[in-house]
Design a protein around this ligand. Structure first.
Ligand code: GLG
Length: 820
């Protein structure tokens, strides 16, 4: 009998059946009756109803994986930016329409309930959201997989604006609980940190190093089921919460009283307290290293337990286990696995290391030097003394191989070493990851090319074939089906369903790109989405915008390399042109920003303030008569992105060439029919290849041009002096014109541009500004714009994360699907 024949649901999926199920949850899980239930109660009860169906399938899936002793991939990530799970669960459980009807009959609707859910924001940006899209695709492709991470009590901070400045507030996402997670105390596990290394006799009379005296921490797992779309597979995401092993230290209590006893507990619980809010900068903080070690150590013990249930020989480990490291954040897992085999199980070094290096694969997400993690040797010594010894031994053996390959080449040894020499020795986690993994991948073609040529040329020479590319993708379930129901319905009406699991099918829309009827239907969808967004803008920040205007969107983390300030300079240039020539014929525009800045990143926060202040001024200027509007929506997060993306006409992807590894927002926006204005950076290069040059606005310097300019010695002041309009707008920012009540507050931005400008904003200004003139002309030509927009949606098939994950599975993990 096949697995699928064995799986039959015990739950009644009919509308009356679901109504009953929801009401039962309301009553028995929430202790509410239909009369007094709040919207939140209904949302919870409906979520729990969907969750019941999903859990049934999860049990069947885990049984199937266990019974077939399937190889699994374990995705290790310090971040999972999940967003809301409600719509996704209903779609994946295959009950979206039925629930809608059931709710309708009870006087409710999914749209209203959906808003009750608090975003699960356990990530900073692209890296964390990629992990979430990958989980969705893994389940949809029936691949046995578990995500491992941290159950942060506080996710990424909430952002508010006060007088245009960013203010951060804690994100207490768990205050009222979540219906999606299942705590698994039976799988709790203990790990240690700190302590020292002593030599002791083992049970075979060998005098060996032992890690002793550390602090014990308990890891308690919380599971979030991850349902696939259009299939029975349900994988799970396992997040570890740290606790003190003993709830309460009675000895300490008797000795010193309550304070001391609780203090012990607090330290342990601090580990999973809060997500570090920095995207790409590592602060070298002890707690961060402890977080990293804590979650990988718990996860490896969990993997061991699962492996041992179905297997005997450790040699088979790589046949059953592949571990993907999402950036270097979990890289300490390489050393921990070695330590477990070698120290705890007494396995010979060579054998242990051979298993380790057949198990791990590493994804690099950025070339920015400030993002490459390094830990000082003294800090390592304090937190993980035995791991430090092992790292030195790994490095010694690694450098022996370098010596064998390039005898006497001191320079090569220095650049390839895992340890960076200097005033303080540092452990380079990227080097450890490359040495300890069998695969290293970049996240877009250009990025991988630069990774090999610029960041790791010596490693690429040493390990030919280890480096490979896996261009990022996004899940079409969230980023089209769920976020843009109008467009999804139109697409399915035109080409049928099936594109949700096979995004290449969207090519079927191409033949209608010139069809005036389809063009008007497509643009009517866009308009309706813009009306929705206009309403959100009005309620959120009180600004009225015209849905007929061009919605020009830049949504992403605030970072200098992403160049929100380049966008701002162009806004000011347009504003100035309109003031000096009131008859200037431009299509009305609404500039829409949303972005969080790392709390300690002053210049990024200054850019937020600048956009807000300039925006307030322009929006209030009657002379402009609504031809320009600038809105900055606070608290950017996944659920807000899901409202902005469907309403965008233009997608700003203007990072300095060579700096954005891939970008994934670019894919979401293009999939929803926004045209891209962008540099030849990251995945923009491949987006251009797919949509065709005529359907994208490329501007700015190429990587080669950037490199040449920097080599020659970039002097932003020269560009500033040579361009009258540029000089005027930069000076305008630096003056107190837009911030009369806070004199000097934008000075740092202006000075940075004129005298430093590390991301070549001024050098790219003219090209960017010229490109916007082409955008303006294209937008005024309605049929042309419609055709271009349709072409973008039609040609985004490549950027489904199903394609990406399919490549990881076959080319890196050697992983087969298991049908449930
Ligand atoms: C990175 C990069 C992005 C990339 C994302 C996912 O900066 O360009 O798309 O990871 O690979 N740290 C990031 O956000």
């Amino acid at each position: 009998m096949s697995e699928s024949a064995q799986f039959t649901s015990a739950i009644d999926h009919s509308v009356p059946g679901l109504k009953k199920l929801i009401k039962n949850h309301l009553k028995f899980s929430l202790a509410r009756d239909t009369q007094t239930a709040s919207r939140r109660d209904w949302w919870l009860a409906t979520s729990k109803a969907a969750q019941s169906l999903i859990i049934e399938r999860m049990i069947a899936t885990q049984t199937a994986h266990h019974r077939t002793n399937a190889k699994r991939v374990y995705y290790f990530s310090l971040e999972f930016l999940m967003g809301r799970l409600f719509s996704n669960s209903l779609y994946s459980a295959g009950i979206f329409d039925e629930i809608e009807l059931a709710l309708q009959e009870m006087g409710l609707d999914t749209e209203t309930l959906r808003k009750e859910e608090y975003d699960m924001a356990l990530g900073n940006g692209g890296l964390g959201r990629l992990a979430a899209c990958f989980l969705d695709s893994l389940a949809t492709l029936d691949l046995p997989a578990v995500g491992y991470g941290i159950h942060y009590q506080y996710g990424l901070f909430k952002q508010e604006f006060r007088n245009g400045h960013q203010v951060e507030l804690p994100d207490a996402w768990l205050t009222y609980g979540t219906p999606w997670e299942i705590v698994r105390p039976e799988h709790s596990t203990e790990v240690q940190v700190f302590g020292q290394v002593e030599n002791v006799f083992d049970d075979r009379g060998n005098y060996v190093p032992r890690w002793t005296g550390g602090k014990k921490i308990l890891g308690v797992p919380y599971d979030i089921p991850i349902p696939g779309f259009g299939t029975n597979t349900v994988n799970f995401l396992r997040l570890w919460e740290s606790r003190a092993p003993e709830e309460f230290d009675f000895e300490a209590f008797n000795r010193g009283g309550y304070g001391e006893a609780v203090r012990e507990k607090n330290v342990s619980e601090t580990i999973s307290k809060v997500l570090y809010p920095n995207d790409k900068t590592e602060s070298g903080k002890e707690l961060r290293l402890v977080q990293q070690y804590f979650f990988v150590a718990c996860s490896l013990r969990d993997i061991f337990r699962r492996f041992r249930k179905d297997n005997e020989a450790w040699e088979d480990f790589p046949e059953k286990v592949a571990i993907q490291l999402n950036d270097t954040h979990p890289a300490i897992a390489i050393v921990e696995l070695l330590r477990l085999f070698h120290d705890e199980y007494g396995m010979a070094w060579e054998k242990a290391w051979s298993i380790v290096t057949k198990t791990f694969a590493y994804t690099n997400h950025t070339l920015l030097p400030e993002a490459l993690e390094k830990w000082s040797v003294p800090l390592f010594q304090k937190v993980l003394p035995r791991h430090l010894q092992l790292i030195f031994e790994i490095n010694k053996r690694h450098l022996e191989q370098v010596e064998a390959k390039w005898p006497g080449d001191v320079h090569r040894k220095r650049v390839l070493s895992i340890i960076e020499e200097g005033h303080v020795q540092m452990v380079r986690m990227a080097h450890l990851s490359v040495v300890g993994s069998f695969s290293v991948n970049g996240v877009a073609a250009l990025h991988t090319q630069l990774l090999k040529a610029e960041l790791f040329p010596e490693f690429d020479e040493m390990f030919p074939g280890k480096f490979n590319n896996k261009t990022n993708g996004i899940t079409p379930r969230r980023w089209l089906l769920a976020c843009n129901p109008r467009l999804s319905t139109l697409i399915s009406k035109k080409i049928g369903t099936g594109w949700e699991r096979d995004l290449d099918k969207l090519r079927g829309l191409e033949q209608y790109a010139n069809d005036p009827d389809f063009q008007s239907e497509f643009m009517a969808v866009k308009h309706a989405n813009k009306v929705d967004l206009a309403r959100i803008i009005k309620t959120q920040i009180g600004i009225s915008v015209n849905p007929a205007a061009l919605f020009d969107v830049q949504i992403k983390r605030l970072h200098e390399y992403k160049r929100q300030h380049l966008n701002l300079l162009h806004i000011l240039a347009l504003y100035r042109r309109l003031l000096q020539n009131p008859d200037l014929d431009i299509a009305p525009r609404v500039f829409i920003f949303s972005a969080k800045a790392a709390p300690g990143y002053d210049l990024a926060k200054c850019i937020i303030k600048a956009i807000n202040s300039v925006g307030t001024h322009i929006n209030a200027d009657k002379r402009i008569n609504d031809r320009l509007k600038v809105v900055f929506l606070p608290n950017y997060r996944v659920s807000l992105a899901q409202r902005i993306v469907p309403a965008a006409d233009l997608s700003e992807q203007i990072s300095t060439a060579g700096k954005e590894a891939s970008g994934t927002g670019n894919m979401k926006l293009a999939l929803n029919g926004a045209l891209t204005i962008g540099t030849l950076d990251g995945a923009n290069v491949e987006i251009r290849e797919e949509v065709g040059e005529e359907n994208i606005f490329i501007c700015g310097m190429t990587v080669e041009e950037v490199t040449a300019l920097v080599k020659k010695g970039y002097r932003p002041h020269d560009f500033y002096m040579a361009n009258e309009e540029l000089r005027a707008v930069v000076d305008w920012i630096g003056s107190n014109y837009f911030t009369p009540d806070e004199p000097g507050c934008l000075r740092m931005l202006c000075d940075n541009l004129i005298y430093n400008d590390p991301f070549l904003v001024l050098a790219d200004f003219q090209s960017y500004s010229d490109s916007h003139k082409l955008v303006d002309a294209a937008f005024k030509d309605k049929p042309r714009w419609a055709k271009m927009a349709i072409m973008n949606t039609a040609r985004m098939g490549k950027f489904s994360s199903d394609r990406t994950i399919g490549q990881y599975a076959s080319e890196i993990w050697k992983l087969d699907p298991v049908k449930v």
